[in-house]
Design a binder for this molecule. Sequence first.
Ligand code: SF4
Ligand code: SF4
Length: 382
Amino acid sequence: MTENNSISLEDQIKSLALKEGADLVGICEAAPLSNKIFSDASFLLKDAQSIISIAISQDQKSIEKYLSKQDRADFCIKADEITQKLRAIGEKIKILLEQEGFNAFNCNINFDYRNANRNPTTYKALDTLVSLIDKEKSGAELSHSEKKTLSALKKMLKIGIRKNPIDFVPEFSHRCAAEAAGLGRIGWSGNLITEKYGARVMLTSVITNATLMPDKPLEKNPCLMCKLCEKACQGGFFDKKEEECIQIANMEEKIGKRKSYSYCAVICGGFIGQNRFKEWSTWSPYRFKSYGLETIDQLPNDDSVDDIYLDIMERAILEGGRKAQNVLKLNRTILVGLHNKPKEDWIPTCANCQIICGPTMQEKKKSLNLLINGGNIEDGDI
Ligand code: SF4
Ligand code: SF4
């Protein structure tokens, strides 16, 4: 334990985080998490020894307005504010550790994937393709070279989109660190469930080569196994009954058995606003029909779902306009990470499995009711 003015470094870190606006903070060792690629902290800091996990709770009122389709802007603004705050807290902890002679890495918060195609040329080519499609659709005359570029980029898109990964691997899993550091436990939905806020928290982590005294994980999992999260998932990404076991550090958690990530990506990516339930939608106004997929009512229950997801993405780009802009927004997000993305790109359409899960059973039920009685977003509504 490192001492400074008789206050341990661990206590200095925690008081600093809480003073700067964190709601929860804890510390875990890096080694027990290093057996999984997505929680191996040495990817970001070679000699990682400890991880500081930090959480800020989300605003209940803005969640209620988001779930009931009254207002999305407030939820987006609050999420952006929390993101900036987490970033700032991480930076202060990093500086404190460096002043004490250690190395530290302030992680990106989300949408920061190891296997994402970060080649700027790809993103520039996509921008060009969409702007040429939009120009052509507006009725404007394309020059000879523009026509050639458009045709070449369309061919490249067909091949390139099939190379898009379905399973993104985060640079670092904040959820795993948060569980090991005692902030909460992984619930049925796969989200971190805390005692005080349910799943309504945003997380970040600071990795350091300082050997810090770790906190103990929570003994009791706050997940109530109510499965309301499954009822809030239009995608059908995880099962209601069938479970799978995951190992985090020395803990074992039972989560709903997951299907291909395409089931989430199609919905959470904003491509489709309805899949399993027709009485309500996410914030996405689009349906299978709006992509010319007249025969699809629900996503198929086999591996062909991945092809459908990539097909929808391709169709969205070729259509131009708002659907294509949605893909460009996702690409920008995945390229730059959540910290630095422009505010206008922070426009979620789902996240329901997480934000439905308030701190009490009463709160969870109320949230699900707001969602399913909130109706549909139709094309033209937003
Ligand atoms: S809604 Fe929350 S508490 Fe209920 S099963 Fe899902 S994760 Fe667990
Ligand atoms: S984010 Fe939405 S689509 Fe994805 S798993 Fe959660 S509820 Fe389902």
